[in-house]
Design a protein around this ligand. Structure first.
Ligand code: PGA
Length: 253
């Protein structure tokens, strides 16, 4: 089954207002409708610039999403941002369970699941991130860990809801380290995740879900990673902050 590649840039806590808008406008100017017909592209700016980036990219065909959301609907949750607020400003997508949220801020599988539920209920699409740490890989627990994160993260979702979920496989040891997973390692993990999806839903539905790879993706390794089995796109951190390197990834061939 052919799945449309999905290339996304996670800007993390980088750029200032001017830099964020410049990057957004440069992407809009560079990405023609014919490129976007063949691949989906989205950016995930910091919250404070989200509204302006949404407006800068309106009508461009480039998606804009948030890096995080609150698992609660509204109320006394100081410092949090709700799914409805994201929808209100025109964001269409949200990341859930990025490894920095899991490991620096202690977000567990149950919280991730509540966030996925909240995002989907509000009408957002969701990128659910999973990935093992180095010691887990070294002790051959990669499949176990990412299978558990996937199963817990998707708990209670209908087949219809799964249609708005992308999975991002991001081995923690590959994020921001310059050490990407080999295409063989990525392919094996992605094929495992698709098998888990087939078990949770069915094989036909599992074939429709896109699984992005993330972790030190660069213009010079994207093509070989994309050629690996079950790799349907990339979630890019550092290399998404410069227009040329992100375009080099988006235009892989
Ligand atoms: P990186 O980050 O591309 O800088 O390794 C990837 C990510 O965290 O999504």
């Amino acid at each position: 089954m052919k799945r449309k590649p999905f290339l996304a840039g996670n800007w993390k806590m980088n750029l200032d207002r001017k830099g964020a808008l410049e990057l957004a406008r440069s992407l809009r100017d560079a990405l023609s409708a014919s490129v976007l017909a063949e691949r989906d592209v989205a950016v995930f700016p910091p919250f404070v610039y989200l509204d302006e980036v949404v407006r800068a990219l309106a009508g461009s065909g480039i998606g804009v999403g948030a890096q995080n959301l609150c698992d609660e609907k509204h109320g006394a949750f100081t410092g949090e941002v709700s799914a409805e607020m994201l929808v209100d400003i025109g964001a269409t997508c949200v990341l859930v369970g990025h490894s920095e949220r899991r490991h620096l801020y202690g977000e567990g599988d149950e919280l991730c699941n509540r966030k996925v539920q909240r995002a989907l209920a509000a009408g957002l699409s969701t990128v659910l991130c999973v990935g093992e740490q180095l010691d887990e890989r070294d002790s051959n627990r990669t499949d176990l860990v990412i299978g558990r994160q996937l199963t817990a993260g998707l708990k209670g979702l209908s087949a219809e809801q799964l249609g708005r979920v992308t999975i991002a496989y991001e081995p923690v040891w590959a994020i921001g380290t310059g050490r990407n997973a080999t295409p063989e390692q990525a392919g094996a993990a992605h094929t495992h995740l698709r098998g888990v999806l087939a078990g949770l839903y069915d094989a036909r539905l599992a074939q429709t879900v896109r699984i992005q790879y993330g972790g030190s993706v660069k213009p010079d390794n994207i093509a070989t990673l994309m050629a690996a089995p079950d790799v349907d796109g990339a979630l890019v951190g550092g290399a998404s902050l410069k227009v040329d390197s992100f375009l080099g990834i988006v235009r892989f061939h």
